[in-house]
Design a protein around this ligand. Structure first.
Ligand code: GDP
Ligand code: ZN
Length: 301
């Protein structure tokens, strides 16, 4: 008779996984077959009569996907409650990427949050409008944190905000994701080395997606492979609802299926004209619509 344990995947790379059983034991395992496809964060069943094998992935409450080189969504992390976009004054945030990330996370049914790091470098009187934009996004219901890993401003409040949830940090390279992880999980560096070594086939140590329990409860996932997020939707009519501000005014458009482009009586365009919605938010929306249309129209030639 095979012995089955319930466990959580705490690191995954390729086909090798490290799981932590409910009684705290850590096992390195493969899966029982190609049909079993766990990712980091998954709750799984593991058979331990012989070599430990993951036999089943338990139902997920959310699935975070990353874009592969060709813009296709690849499952990356399961059961996240929050994805937190990290911004910094340097490198300066790209408005389009911010809006695209927020929309992509909304599409995954995961709550998005925003942390502005490197507050020690922010001149609040001359921040290029970043503070104003964050206040606007806060008005849309996004949780905003302002921190500095350098002088430790705001870190306590941010840590308290992560308590009891499973979260992941995303953002442009250089904004301070590793610095934040190290500030919040002091032993993270050591853990990453250890878990990466366990999931590596032994030749070259590649960095695994890793789940770190937080001292205050909850966990922080580090996924070095996440370079870009793509929208999971393929239908242009489904993009608007991923922008919380567009979703809020769209019911007032004259046409129920308004795409907020050329249609008369469009409440979204009116909100932009009346400066109730930043024009750049609308521009991001249009860019996403255009790229999706181009992808659809692409034919073999
Ligand atoms: P990542 O690429 O997002 O993981 O960013 P890193 O954590 O590697 O940080 C990128 C650079 O920003 C490093 O040189 C850090 O020392 C620096 N950095 C991180 N946090 C802060 C901060 O709060 N203030 C300042 N001034 N620099 C920071
Ligand atoms: Zn409209």
């Amino acid at each position: 008779m095979s012995e089955l344990h319930e466990a959580r995947v705490v690191a995954g790379h390729g086909r090798r996984f490290v799981v932590e059983t409910t009684d705290g034991a850590r096992l390195t395992c493969l899966t029982a077959g190609r049909a079993v496809q766990p990712v980091c964060g998954d709750r799984v069943r593991v058979a331990t009569d012989a070599e430990p094998r993951i036999t089943e992935v338990l139902p997920r409450r959310s699935l975070f996907s990353k874009a592969d080189g060709r813009g296709r969504a690849v499952a990356a992390v399961a059961n996240l409650d929050r994805v937190i976009m990290v911004l910094a004054p340097i490198p300066a945030p790209e408005l389009f990427l911010m809006d695209k990330y927020l929309a992509a996370i909304e599409g995954m049914g995961i709550e998005a949050g925003i942390v502005l790091n490197k507050m020690d470098l922010v001149d609040e009187d001359d921040d290029g409008g970043l503070g104003r934009r964050l206040a606007y996004l806060q008005g849309l219901g996004y949780r905003i944190y302002k921190v500095s890993t350098q002088d430790e401003t705001g870190l306590e409040g941010f840590a308290a905000g992560l308590k009891g949830h499973d979260s992941m940090l995303v953002g442009q390279s250089g904004v301070g994701k590793s610095s934040l992880l190290n500030a919040l999980v002091p032993e993270a560096g050591h853990r990453i080395d250890e878990l990466s070594a366990a999931t590596d086939e032994g030749r070259h140590t590649t960095t695994a997606t890793t789940l770190h329990p937080l001292p205050q409860g909850g966990a922080l996932v580090d996924s070095p492979g996440v370079r870009d997020l793509e929208l999971s939707v393929r239908d242009p009519g489904k993009i608007g609802p991923l922008f919380r501000d567009i979703r809020a005014v769209a019911p007032q458009c004259r046409f129920a299926n308004c795409l907020h482009l050329q249609e008369p009586g469009c409440a979204v365009k009116q909100a932009v004209e009346e400066k109730k919605m930043p024009e750049s938010r609308y521009t991001s929306y249009r860019w996403l619509m255009t790229t999706m249309q181009q992808a659809k129209d692409r034919k073999y030639d």
